[in-house]
Design a protein around this ligand. Structure first.
Ligand code: NAP
Length: 344
């Protein structure tokens, strides 16, 4: 498309948690929006989504996705779909010449994982293949922090990332809510998304645990995937990155307690200056809790501490909104970089 005409943009998965946040964020972005088309599964056909003074009708994507006229003229599609659906839909859209921004990294074997705050060199390659991926929300968080410390040459990082019920999408939020209400009313709580219960508790994972004969025995698939996502974005070997995932009973947000090993010595003032000036990152002490960062685009980082062993390195706490910071903001930054680079 030529500049000045604006972009026809599709949100695929518009009725979900990420799709809903994208819908709220896109009109405020720098992208020149001409037309917005919303899609979801056949279960949502005819559904209407209101945003501001606009009313959007949701269309259903069926089996005829390769030929449907509903996608004609679309320049860019944000995929906010469960992994299996994204793997089916993404390549078909790319084949039709639509630039696909896959949110969550389900298509990381088909297009590069990109966090523009860290670097966007691989977008030329993405433009050729028509697929580019925004990593999972914890992946965006970890890459943002490590990218901000680039001048001190991070050589490894470990820590624990707490996911909220919202990491499991709308269904996760609804189920935590249902479990809380049921427990107060002494009723049987719903246990479809979190079969072991989440209300007033803490769960290991998500993801299947690797079996004893696996070289990464005991780690979950999601943890292994997270390390490889971060490694790809910040260009570090995955074995130097080890993050345990837990699911905590809060509705939204993302919390990471991290230890980062740095090759270059740095004092606390230098580290603060680097983190404080990094794109998309706010230094904050105290660090706000996950409930307080809902709808905030930035990642909040604080509790900076030297390692007590004196061996160098840094401990910190990072908190972000899983949807706005971990999904919409990064996906829109990718789309904006593609647009500004003339790659759409
Ligand atoms: N939630 C987060 O914190 C977060 C953060 C970063 C990235 N992500 C990633 O973003 C993606 C979406 O997550 P979410 O949390 O938004 O999930 P969600 O709330 O469950 O929403 C899923 C969306 O996909 C639609 N959908 C499902 N199957 C479909 C199909 N076959 N064809 C068309 N549409 C279909 C659903 O439509 P219906 O309403 O019609 O079922 C819904 O709009 C996932 O890959 C996730 O890993 C999530």
């Amino acid at each position: 498309m030529s500049e000045g005409e604006g972009l026809n943009i599709a949100i695929i998965g518009a009725t979900g948690a990420v799709g809903g946040d994208l819908l709220a964020t896109l009109p405020k972005s720098a992208l020149p929006l001409r037309e917005l088309r919303l899609f979801a599964s056949p279960a949502s056909v005819g559904r209407v989504v209101e945003h501001g003074d606009r009313v959007h009708r949701v269309q259903a994507l069926g089996e005829d996705i390769g030929s449907t006229t509903m996608l004609e003229g679309v320049d860019l599609a944000f995929l906010a779909l469960p992994s299996e659906a994204a793997r089916f839909v993404g390549p078909i859209l790319a084949e039709r010449g639509i630039m696909v921004v896959d949110i969550g990294g389900s298509l990381a074997d088909r297009g590069p994982l990109v966090v523009p705050a860290v670097g966007a060199d691989s977008l030329q390659e993405a433009a050729r293949e028509r697929i580019v991926c925004s990593p999972s929300a914890p992946g965006v968080l970890l890459a943002t922090v490590l990218g901000a410390l680039r001048e001190f040459a991070p050589v490894g990082a470990q820590g624990t990332v707490l996911l909220s019920a919202g990491a499991a999408g709308r269904a996760g939020v609804d189920e935590l809510s249902g479990q809380v209400v049921a427990m107060f009313n002494q009723k049987e709580p719903p246990r479809r998304v979190f079969p072991n219960g989440l209300a007033f508790d803490l769960l290991p994972g998500p993801g299947a645990v690797r079996p004893p004969d696996d070289p990464l025995a005991g780690w979950t698939d999601a943890e292994v995937r997270l390390a490889s996502e971060v490694a790809a974005v910040v260009d570090l070997p995955a074995p130097r990155l080890a993050f345990s995932l837990m699911t905590a009973p809060f509705f939204s947000g993302l919390v990471a307690s991290l230890q980062i090993e740095l090759e270059h010595e740095a004092n606390m003032d230098e580290l603060r200056a680097a983190l404080g000036s990094a794109r998309g990152l706010n230094l904050a002490d105290p660090v706000p809790g996950p409930r307080r960062v809902v709808g905030r685009s930035a990642l909040f980082v604080g509790r900076l501490r030297n390692d007590p062993s004196g061996s160098g390195g840094l401990h910190l706490l990072a908190v972000g909104d899983n949807l706005r910071f971990g999904a919409s903001n990064n996906a829109i930054a990718i789309a904006t970089a593609l647009w500004e680079g003339g790659l759409l």
